[in-house]
Ligand binder design. Structure first.
Ligand SMILES: O=c1[nH]cnc2c1ncn2[C@H]1C[C@H](O)[C@@H](CO)O1
Ligand SMILES: [Zn+2]
Length: 347
């Protein structure tokens, strides 16, 4: 049976990905080459055999279990060369799904195992993004992540280094990792530094813990965007606050189902948020770990939630408005996207 919105139209629709992790985007083929270069043998010899080590299965029961997949790839992402390559390839993969703007996030402290400094990690990732930008015509920026299991000293070091690169490839900072074990109030001191340095903040919240974490992130950590926010639905007043303050949610539907932020699509609040006027954006989170891409994410919205093409275009434009870009850069994107929508007969 034909779907009311053709798969091909969704692929061709210009899109933005505001929430995609570098270490969740490594191609299996690349991992095999990186392992070979290091003389390390992998437990698998083909892409097909390797994928189960890099990707979650249907039996994933929690964010914690989901996060364990990253342990497999991180040992191979410890050199400048590897970081540049995966950053470049993240942009390449985005281009294949007509993504015009991408913000790639990464945790500098997780890439220091072979002696790189935080500044060097940031430098190599930004260089990889830039070469991807030049080759594929996708505007690409970086977000530096503080990890929940790291101490204040390490996280403040990330924020300081990111602030020094602000406007030079890095546009914001984030907090990621095991939300259930480390609530946001532990990080007030850390994010006070980003506030002092004028660096925008987005926080993973309301994914593996309740709506109170989103409230804390917005009111105490100064978050101007929220990663996921699936459990905001528990608090109607918070939903009104987010709509009123125009705080965008970076939702990642397929990842959200895998980490059990919800247990079925029926419980997924994206339609409800959209209708309440919350600025919902649609993103991939971790293309490799989640076995996803942005076309697939938008297709879920059409298939499971009945979003029409014009509504999908509205979600895309929410992403453009939510981008951590200068107003002049946004204007260019806005114009380009509107023209592309018209050419596709959408809106
Ligand atoms: O969805 C997520 N929630 C919390 N943390 C996450 C998510 N996806 C990836 N991460 C973590 C694992 C990675 O190693 C780290 C840096 O990208 O961020
Ligand atoms: Zn994430």
């Amino acid at each position: 049976m034909d779907h009311p919105i053709a798969y091909d139209l969704i692929r061709k629709l210009p899109k933005v990905d505001l929430h995609v992790h570098l270490d969740g985007s490594v191609k299996p083929e690349t991992l095999m080459e990186l392992a070979q270069q290091r003389g390390v043998s992998l437990p698998a010899r083909s892409r097909k055999q390797l994928l189960p080590h890099m990707q979650v299965e249907d039996d994933c029961t929690s964010l914690k279990m989901y996060l364990s997949k990253f342990d497999f790839v991180l040992p191979f992402l410890q050199t400048g060369e590897a970081l540049r390559r995966v950053a470049h390839e993240t942009v390449e993969q985005a281009a294949a799904h007509t993504i015009g703007y991408i913000e790639v996030r990464f945790a500098p402290q997780l890439h220091r195992g072979a002696g790189l400094s935080v500044e060097e990690v940031i430098h190599h990732v930004v260089e990889g993004l830039r070469s991807g930008e030049r080759k594929y015509g996708v505007v690409a920026r970086g977000i530096a992540i503080c990890m929940r299991h790291h101490g204040s000293k390490e996280n403040i070091e990330v924020i300081e280094a990111a602030a020094s690169r602000s406007g030079k490839g890095i546009v914001a900072v984030d907090l990621a990792g095991d939300e259930a074990s480390y609530p946001p109030q532990f990080f007030r001191e850390v994010f006070a530094v980003s506030h002092k340095r004028g660096l925008p903040v987005t926080i993973h919240a309301g994914e593996a813990a309740g709506a109170e974490n989103v409230l804390e992130a917005v009111t105490r950590l100064g978050a101007v965007r929220i990663g996921h926010g699936v459990r905001v639905k528990e608090n109607p007043e918070l939903m009104r606050l987010l709509a009123k303050q125009r705080i965008p949610l970076e939702m990642c539907p397929i990842s959200n189902l895998q980490t059990k932020a919800v247990t079925s699509w029926e419980q997924y609040p994206i339609r409800d948020y959209f209708e309440r006027g919350i600025k919902v954006t649609v993103n991939t989170d971790n293309p490799t770990v989640s076995g996803t891409n942005l076309t697939k994410e938008y297709r879920v919205l059409a298939d499971k939630f009945g979003f029409a093409a014009t509504e999908l275009a509205e979600l895309v434009m929410n992403g453009v408005e939510a981008a951590f870009l200068e107003e002049s850069e946004k204007r260019v994107l806005r114009r380009r996207f509107r023209r592309q929508f018209r050419e596709l007969g959408v809106g």
